[in-house]
Design a protein around this ligand. Structure first.
Ligand SMILES: [Zn+2]
Length: 182
């Protein structure tokens, strides 16, 4: 069953206005749909990504109206390879450019589930990981390869599991709100 983000959030008792931080993996239109709802949060973004999003014209793979409200939102430009969101190592945004100029992935250190990395579009499908294929429409394919090497090393070091967002089969099996991973 497909359920939109806002009803999922409501199901666990939160409104968009309760959210402190917003981070997008990247600017493609299939990843920014609800961004305007979170204009009251602090936006965590790479400078290269933000610059491209508000460039004239913006990249063709964007839907600027879906994130227009972020233009004047409180913004924290991430400069380092890693950004530890709450300072306790449980939620870490990792730099992984290539797919877009400021693409990033999210590491979650969950007490019971263990480590999970949300891929953004570092890979679109598990086959791309197995066959080492890079999407032809990536902003910088060499950068993608380098980011993948960094993230694969991180996965190996931490034992974290990679969740690939566009992997329909695997995604269908994941719990959806109001269920959650601890
Ligand atoms: Zn994408």
């Amino acid at each position: 069953m497909v359920k939109a983000l806002k009803p999922q959030l409501a199901a666990v008792g939160y409104a968009p206005s309760d959210i402190t931080y917003l981070a997008l993996s990247h600017y493609h239109y299939d990843h920014t749909a609800n961004a305007n709802e979170f204009a009251g949060a602090t936006w965590l973004v790479r400078r290269a990504e933000r610059d491209a999003m508000f460039a004239e014209p913006p990249p063709g793979t964007t839907l600027p109206s879906s994130y227009a409200a972020l233009r004047n939102t409180k913004t924290l430009i991430l400069e380092n390879d890693e950004h530890d969101v709450f300072g306790d190592g449980t939620v870490v945004i990792k730099r992984a450019p290539g797919h877009t100029p400021g693409h990033q992935v999210l590491y979650l250190k969950l007490a019971k589930t263990g480590g999970v990395v949300l891929s953004g579009d570092l890979y679109h499908y598990p086959q791309m990981r197995a066959l080492e294929r890079v999407a032809t429409f990536d902003f910088d394919q060499e950068q993608t390869r380098s980011s993948r090497a960094d993230i694969e090393a991180f996965l190996k070091k931490t034992g974290a599991t990679l969740w690939i967002q566009h992997d329909f089969t695997a995604n269908a099996k994941l719990k959806k709100a109001p269920d959650y991973y601890e």
